[in-house]
Ligand binder design. Structure first.
Ligand SMILES: Nc1ncnc2c1ncn2[C@@H]1O[C@H](COP(=O)(O)OP(=O)(O)OP(=O)(O)O)[C@@H](O)[C@H]1O
Ligand SMILES: [Mg+2]
Length: 600
């Protein structure tokens, strides 16, 4: 923008951008000292309007014949555009670098494992979480090949994974994630369930994100298992209840017929056979009830050591080829259990252990006081705190994983027909659950099996066991019998009358209350069914207590909703009897209650 006369005679330095002068001078000095013939330099030059312009100057240097600088012929051109692009590029590079750094920080701190494999199959990068999950570093797995070999040591499974992987690779476009779940063996040998999200990048790199879902999967499986057991339990409980009512009616009628028949009547034997069948039926429903967790009636603080010692003594006498070893915790905490049910738990476990050791073997019974923290109890959905742990270990045939998954299901058995019904462990499971405890199993084929069950410790001291003798006990007085099943009402009333009592009958709580308020003076005991239409046993009991705080009530049920029966018992109800009961049983119960002193 200058006219020639404006520049002639002016020093160049005055027109060069102050920031570029030093650079210009340095270059010139160097070039002249070296005697170079020409040079090229970039700098900013001030225009006539005062703005600076990037120029590239090619200078041919003139030297005096005797040596020394004579002058320079310069040809300059405007390189503003190029410079602008260069600056922008530099900015871009700067941004990219910063972006990269940011990405690096993210990936390093990621809660998910991340790896990057180049097109040559070698790992370019493994983030710290990758190593935290698997234990492998770049040295362990330099290339994808090494990973596959180590992560899937089982050849068949490895092939499966690779085939799936390749198939996905072909089917998914780059940039799209191909999620899959595989089981991976870590450096320390542990197996983990991993959710993979591989993505092909435009560059041909494979980015893979890894999430460790082992714990989550475990919880899911446990939850599904628990839900299944719950559903089957409800069903089993319902069936058992109805069955018990039927059995009660059969049992009652048989008892009545037996009473009326002369001692040597030919039908006696048949009737006794029917009684035997009823007992087998009742045993079955008892198992079902145990499983359904609707049968925890007679809870007493108990020393498990005692109970286990007795059960195993009983068992040991009959099973000769098995050595029983006992290691009981000294000062074991008491537990609040239904002793009959706990015996059933132990016998079921002992019988299984015995059946697992057909050639004989060792059976270890161990108890321990343990404290379980929140983390430990979480998957079992029980409260944290003190537990008594009982272990039953055998050296028998053990189980494979598949069997282990199913052993607590009702009717799951691997035993031949007639040898097992598959109710043993289902019952154990239900009873333990019913006691707010839980059970675990460790087993490997040919390595034996350990069952551990945990029952919450009680603050109360264990009570001694009292032996009851079942002898028919007659008596007198008035009994109000309440049951919604007509068949049971009839047959039970006749049984009670045979025992010498006067019986009043009611079909539900409401009728019972009406009768009781009319005949309170004549009624010494109320036998109350728990589940009835119109007014159930719980409500009826409350109302009876209002009429007479000292009323004597015996609860009876084909089952009882665990909590409900216990609640009523806690409120001063005198006892519980489970249908089907036989004549001796009820006669003893009634006398026990009638003979007890009046409550305040
Ligand atoms: N100690 C053990 N060792 C090896 N396998 C066992 C052991 N305990 C249980 N099992 C397996 O679990 C299955 C279910 O056991 P469960 O006690 O519920 O039924 P069962 O013994 O087959 O029949 P039931 O107990 O009704 O007579 C068994 O069939 C067996 O396969
Ligand atoms: Mg069994």
């Amino acid at each position: 923008g200058y006219k020639p006369e404006e520049l002639i005679g002016r020093p160049v330095s005055g027109l060069v951008h102050p920031e570029d002068i030093d650079h210009l001078n340095t270059v010139m000095r160097r070039v002249i000292r070296a005697g170079e013939p020409s040079t090229r330099i970039e700098y900013r030059y001030r225009k006539a309007d005062g703005e600076y312009l990037w120029v590239e100057t090619l200078g041919t240097i003139l030297y005096r014949p005797e040596g020394g600088f004579a002058g320079i012929i310069c040809a300059s051109r405007d390189i503003g555009e190029r410079k602008k692009i260069e600056v922008e590029q530099k900015q871009l590079e700067e941004n990219l670098k910063r972006e990269k750094e940011r990405f690096q920080v993210l990936v390093d701190a990621s809660p998910l494992g991340v790896s990057l494999v180049g097109p040559d199959g070698r790992y370019k990068y493994l983030n710290p979480k990758f190593t935290a999950i698997f234990g492998y570093t770049l040295e362990d797995v330099p290339a994808g090949r090494d990973w596959f070999r180590k992560a899937y040591p089982d050849e068949t499974y490895r092939r499966e994974v690779i085939v799936q992987w390749m198939k996905d690779l072909q089917e998914f476009p780059s940039g799209e994630s191909r999620p899959r779940t595989f089981k991976v063996i870590c450096k320390d040998g542990a197996e983990k369930v991993i959710h993979f999200s591989p993505v092909s990048m435009e560059t041909g790199d494979q980015l893979v994100i890894y999430e460790d879902i082992t714990e989550r999967k475990k919880l899911e499986v446990q939850l599904i298992q628990a839900q299944k057991m719950e559903a089957v339990g409800t069903l089993a409980g319902g069936i058992a209840h109805d069955f018990n009512n039927l059995l009660m009616a059969i049992q009652g009628n048989v008892s009545l017929m037996l009473m009326d028949l002369p001692a040597h009547h030919p039908d006696r034997e048949r009737l006794q056979q029917i009684e035997g069948c009823v007992r087998s039926g009742a045993d079955l429903t008892k198992q079902l009830l145990g499983f359904a967790r609707r049968g925890k009636y007679q809870v007493k603080p108990t020393d498990l050591n005692d109970l286990i010692a007795k059960a195993s003594a009983l068992f040991g006498r009959t099973q000769k080829g098995i050595r029983i070893h006992q290691k009981f915790a000294r000062g074991a905490w008491a537990v609040e259990v239904d002793r009959g049910q706990m015996e059933q738990v132990l016998l079921n476990l002992l019988v299984n252990a015995w059946q697992a050791m057909p050639q004989g073997g060792d059976l270890y019974l161990e108890t321990q006081n343990v404290f379980l923290d929140a983390h430990y109890v979480q998957p079992f959905e029980v409260k944290l705190g003190n537990y008594v742990k009982t272990s039953v270990t055998d050296t028998g045939i053990g189980m494979d994983e598949e069997t282990k998954q199913r052993i607590f299901e009702p009717f799951f058995t691997t035993k031949e027909r007639g040898r097992g019904t598959g109710l043993g462990l289902a019952t154990v499971y239900g009873i333990i659950k019913g006691h707010e405890g839980f059970i675990t199993v460790y087993s490997e084929p040919d390595r034996g099996t350990t069952f551990n069950f945990y029952i919450p410790a009680s603050a109360r001291a264990a009570e001694e066991e009292k032996k009851e003798h079942a002898v028919l006990k007659t008596g007198q007085g008035g009994i109000l019998l309440v049951d919604d099943e007509e068949a049971i009402l009839q047959v039970a009333a006749q049984l009670l009358e045979k025992l010498g009592y006067t019986v009043f009958k009611a079909h539900n709580g409401r009728e019972a209350l009406d009768l009781y308020s009319q005949k309170a003076g004549e009624i010494d005991l109320v036998i109350l069914d728990l589940i009835m239409p119109v007014m159930g046993g719980g409500e009826a009991f409350q109302n009876l207590k209002k009429l007479n705080p000292g009323v004597k009530v015996l609860l009876s049920s084909g089952y009882s909703i665990n909590g409900l029966a216990k609640e009523i018992l806690d409120q001063g109800c005198r006892g519980f009897i489970q249908k089907p009961f036989d004549l001796k049983e009820i006669s003893v119960k009634i006398r026990e209650i009638l003979d007890s002193e009046d409550a305040g």
